[in-house]
Write a protein that binds this ligand. Structure first.
Ligand code: CP
Length: 303
C-alpha cells in the first residue's frame, strides 16, 4: 500500500526510533504558544463514530499550528445518503484538504483511504484494530511520570479483546521495552492475546496483575457486552473493578490511566478516578501536544 508520507495508520508499522522521535517532538509542542508550522493548511476531521477527546484535541492541535479545520460527521453529511468512504475522501481532497484524520467503525478504513487518496491519512481509531494517537499520548503521559518505558511493568485491565487502544498500546510498550500483563476474564482477554506483541503475559487475577506494577491502565467495559457474553455484572465488578484497596497492591508510585470515556462504578471507583495516582485528566491534556506533533509530522514539519 502506498500511503502518503506522514500518514499514521498504526503503531505496529513504526519502529522504536520513529515512536521516540514523535514523542520528543511532542514535548516541544505547547498549545498555549501557537506556532505557524501548518499555516494555511487544511485538515479534514472525518468522524464516522462518536468522539469527544480525539476529535476536539485534533481540532485544537491543528488550530494551534495555524491550520484550518473542517469537521465531517457521519450524521448530517452525505455519508447519511449512502456516499462511500472513498467518494467522501475524494470529495474532501477536491475541496482542498491537505490531510485527513479519520475515525471509522471498520478496521482498515484509514488504510483504504490512504491507498487511494494522495494526502496523509491519520487513523483516529479504526474498529477493533488500532488507535495510534491514543497510544502515543499515553506513552507521552507515562514518560512525563516515569522517564522511561524500558523495564517498566504495565498492567492493562478490562475489555482488551475489543479495544483498539489496547492493541496500539501493546505494540508501543513492547517496542519500547516495557513488560505488559493483560488481565481480565477469558471472554475479554482470550489466551491468543498474548501473541499480539513480545513481552506480554496474561493473568485472570487482579492481585497478580497489580503486584510490582508501575502503570495500571484500565479499559472501558460495556454492560451490554458483558450481558451478551453471559458475564454476570456483579461478578465482573467483584473480580476486576479497580478500587483504592486494590491499587495498594501496585507500587506506591504507580499511576492509573484510562483512555476514556470512563464509566465510574464499572471499571473503577470514584476514589480511584479522582485520586492522587490518577492521570486520566493528564492523558486528555497531553492529547493536544501529541496530536500537534502527529499533524506536524503528517505535513513534513517535524524537525
Ligand atoms: N480515547 C478516545 O478515543 O476518546 P474519544 O472516543 O472521546 O475520542
Amino acid at each position: 500500500m502506498n500511503a502518503a508520507r506522514g500518514s499514521l495508520l498504526g503503531i505496529e508499522p513504526l519502529d522504536a526510533l520513529e515512536i521516540l522521535k514523535i514523542l520528543k517532538f511532542a514535548r516541544s509542542m505547547n498549545p498555549h504558544k501557537p506556532r505557524a508550522l501548518l499555516k494555511g493548511k487544511r485538515i479534514a476531521l472525518l468522524f464516522y463514530e462518536a468522539s469527544t477527546r480525539t476529535r476536539s484535541s485534533f481540532e485544537i492541535a491543528a488550530k494551534a499550528l495555524g491550520a484550518y479545520t473542517v469537521v465531517v460527521h457521519a450524521s448530517g453529511s452525505s455519508i447519511e445518503k449512502g456516499e462511500s468512504l472513498l467518494d467522501t475522501g475524494y470529495t474532501l481532497r477536491a475541496v482542498g484538504a491537505d490531510a485527513i484524520v479519520i475515525r471509522h467503525p471498520n478496521a482498515g478504513a484509514p488504510h483504504l483511504m490512504a491507498s487511494r487518496i494522495d494526502v496523509p491519512v491519520i487513523n483516529a481509531g479504526d474498529g477493533m484494530h488500532e488507535h495510534p494517537s491514543q497510544a502515543l499520548l499515553d506513552a507521552y503521559t507515562i514518560l512525563r511520570n516515569k522517564k522511561t518505558l524500558k523495564g517498566l511493568h504495565i498492567a492493562i485491565i478490562g475489555d482488551i479483546f475489543h479495544s483498539r487502544v489496547a492493541r496500539s498500546s501493546c505494540h508501543l510498550w513492547s517496542k519500547l521495552g516495557a513488560k505488559v500483563t493483560l488481565c481480565g476474564p477469558p471472554e475479554l482477554v482470550p489466551d491468543v492475546a498474548v501473541t499480539l506483541a513480545p513481552n506480554l503475559s496474561i493473568t485472570r487475577h487482579m492481585d497478580e496483575a497489580l503486584r510490582g506494577t508501575d502503570v495500571v491502565m484500565l479499559l472501558r467495559v460495556q454492560k451490554e457486552r458483558l450481558a451478551g457474553l453471559k458475564i454476570h455484572l456483579p461478578d465482573y465488578i467483584a473480580r476486576y473493578q479497580m478500587t483504592t484497596a486494590r491499587l495498594k497492591i501496585a507500587r506506591r508510585d504507580a499511576i492509573v490511566m484510562h483512555p476514556g470515556p470512563i464509566i465510574r462504578g464499572m471499571e473503577l471507583t470514584d476514589d480511584v478516578a479522582d485520586g492522587a495516582q490518577s492521570r486520566i485528566i493528564e492523558e486528555v491534556h497531553n492529547g493536544v501536544p501529541t496530536r500537534m506533533a502527529i499533524l506536524a509530522r503528517a505535513m513534513g514539519r517535524m524537525r
